[in-house]
Write a protein that binds this ligand. Structure first.
Ligand code: GDP
Length: 297
């Protein structure tokens, strides 16, 4: 499971507290010190960790855990609530326009983050909900990307649109939108190019695409395994082109959890889904409270 080591660390800390029965302020301080270490080791942003511990401490004192019947449980509940708050409280649903209108999703992110795979995963998910998706290949620089999207579209029996690699991405997007109008597709999913690093040419291209078609959701895919780097990438894309939601991929791997915990608080962008594997069905909605529960074991 993802976030295993963070989860193990926290449950060990809280087991220690539970064993004590009555708690002193020192007990709580000591436990919070360890919570702080565990979060930093999980690669949660330093400032967030600081604020988090301060809030938990303030609440713990306010709620008089020292005189409560089950002090450890009270501390755990406060920690869970604060973890949930850090991740954004509620699930943000990827809402689509009514069936009679075309919703446009634009997938963005660095190369290798999982854009192409996630584009197909989303198409599959919404097809099951009786939408009519069209997967559009706008990554004209990496020939394999077009082929990869085509193969995935075929696996899901989802229509696929490409104009090869000689037409500009914004033109491809426009023509795909026309195609959707003509043929009655109501969910356009644009797979865009990525780079190894953020560069200006990429951002300009994405801006031109956004100007060419009415994008409803700009969806950033970031690799959870990259921790704080995923947060930095989210900040850059948000500032440069505007992002409406994040999909955190590779959460099935040995990720430490820092990205999932930090992205919302650091960038204001909600996490919409978690990528949980290479297969096209491996996409889970993101629920902050469930995630906090999972982390606390
Ligand atoms: P792109 O360059 O951003 O389009 O990235 P791709 O979609 O080509 O994905 C890069 C690699 O990551 C591929 O090998 C995918 O199978 C893999 N991948 C994507 N999402 C996930 C995920 O949620 N979990 C795992 N384990 N692998 C993933």
């Amino acid at each position: 499971m993802a976030f295993e080591s963070l989860s193990e660390r926290l449950s060990t800390i809280f087991q220690g507290l539970s064993g004590k029965g009555k708690l002193s302020e020192d007990d709580v301080n000591l436990a919070l010190k360890e919570v702080r270490m565990a979060l930093l080791e999980a690669d949660v942003n330093f400032k967030l960790v600081k604020d988090f511990v301060a809030k938990v401490k303030e609440k713990a004192i306010g709620e008089e855990v020292f005189s409560s019947l089950s002090p450890a449980q009270t501390v755990i509940k406060i920690v869970k609530d604060e973890l949930t708050a850090m991740m954004g409280e509620e699930n943000t649903e990827l809402k689509l326009r009514p069936q009679s209108e075309i919703t446009v999703l634009m997938m963005v992110g660095l190369q290798g983050a999982g854009k192409t795979t996630t584009a197909a995963k989303l198409a599959g998910k919404f097809q099951k909900m009786h939408r009519k998706p069209l997967l559009v290949a706008c990554d004209i620089y990496r020939p394999a990307a077009i082929e990869q999207l085509r193969v995935n579209a075929e696996k899901l029996s989802i229509p696929f649109f490409s104009l090869g690699n000689q037409v500009k991405p914004e033109e491809i997007a426009k023509r795909a939108y026309e195609e959707a109008k003509e043929k009655g597709y109501n969910l356009l999913i644009l797979d865009t190019a990525g780079r190894l690093q953020i560069d200006d040419a990429l951002m300009q291209e994405l801006k031109r695409m956004k100007a060419a078609v009415p994008v409803d959701w700009t969806i950033l895919t970031v690799d959870a395994m990259t921790g704080q780097e995923a947060v930095n990438v989210s900040q850059s894309f948000s500032e440069d082109i505007g992002v409406d939601g994040v999909i955190l991929t590779k959460c099935d791997g040995d990720t430490r959890g820092g990205a999932a915990l930090s992205i919302k608080a650091m960038t204001g962008q909600p996490i919409l889904f978690l990528g949980m594997g290479e297969k096209l069905a491996d996409l889970e909605p993101f629920y902050p409270d469930r995630m906090a529960g999972r982390i606390l074991g």
